[in-house]
Ligand binder design. Structure first.
Ligand SMILES: [Zn+2]
Length: 287
């Protein structure tokens, strides 16, 4: 797909999907999350779909962007690793990971073990957030078995929905006996709360979506800064053109936030004139 916009200033590349150059000048003052490019300003002709191996090394988590799949390109258009903590750490990926690991260790005292600790800490924060979210949105539930044990149903819902959403897993996973057996082995009490039907999981997803939407609206209303909008358009595996609309701002508590406002199914051309009404609708209605 070629861009028709002459003011192209960013290109969005996703290794698993089609490439969609998009002029964002009118709506965005922020760089996109999925790729960051040095000068010279790229044109659609130098943008190619690449299928790289999934990034599994721990050092990927020490690049500036939280998304480890963000591709930073140097001035020659080659993919490089960039250091989150200093401006000097830049290494071409083709050179292997040795220099990167050495850099992190020598200049920032970071190694694989400290990364593991950091991951455990993040995991704990994620669980604590889920517990907090669940407590703020209590739901009446029907227990599926007599003994529910120590597990909290609302927390299970928050964590389970996050798990299937982030990993792009089917709603029917919950109906898989082998999966249930695995969870049952970890904690036999899970059967008291884990639904047997994908229909209930669908309800869970919708409920969590609605609850998050309310939270995000609250965060946007109390933002300390202007709210910057960036967009990313791509083609889904079932051939729909989807426009993701993301708000960037500093929240009340001083956190830099990046909130997905909406994902719109686009009909018609991908020019700015066609996309603008979709974006304006999201801004007017708040999603
Ligand atoms: Zn560094």
């Amino acid at each position: 797909m070629a861009s028709t916009a002459p003011t192209l200033d960013l290109i969005v590349v996703d290794s698993s999907m089609s490439v969609a150059p998009l002029s964002s000048k009118a709506v965005s003052e922020e760089p996109p999350s999925s790729v960051q490019i040095d000068t010279p300003t790229p044109t659609p002709s130098n943008c190619t779909i690449t299928r790289e191996k999934p990034r599994t090394g721990w050092y990927w988590r020490h690049m500036p962007d939280e998304d480890i799949n963000t591709r930073y390109l140097n001035s020659k258009g080659l993919v490089e690793w960039r250091c989150r903590y200093c401006i000097h750490g830049r290494y071409q990926i083709s050179g292997g990971s040795r220099s990167i690991v050495y850099h992190l260790n020598k200049f920032h005292n970071i190694n694989e073990a400290s990364t593991r600790e950091e991951k455990a800490k993040l995991q704990q924060i994620s669980i604590e957030r889920a517990v907090k979210n669940a407590a703020e949105n209590p739901q009446k539930r029907r227990r599926l078995a007599e003994d529910s044990g120590s597990l909290d149903a609302s927390t299970i819902e928050v964590l389970y929905v996050k798990f299937i959403a982030v990993c792009n897993l089917p709603l029917r996973l919950v109906e898989c006996e082998e999966f249930r057996a695995f969870l049952g082995y970890l904690n036999k009490d899970i059967n008291a709360w884990l639904p047997n039907s994908h229909q209930t999981i669908r309800e869970w997803v919708i409920r969590q979506r609605d609850s998050l939407k309310v939270q995000i609206k609250g965060r946007l209303h109390s933002s300390r800064t202007l709210i910057h909008i960036s967009c990313d358009i791509w083609t889904s595996s079932n051939s729909l053109a989807i426009l993701g609309i993301i708000a960037h701002y500093i929240a009340e508590d001083g956190q830099l936030e990046r909130s997905l406002l909406s994902m719109k199914d686009i009909i018609g051309s991908h020019e700015g004139t066609n996309l603008a009404p979709y974006i304006m609708e999201v801004i007017r209605t708040g999603g």
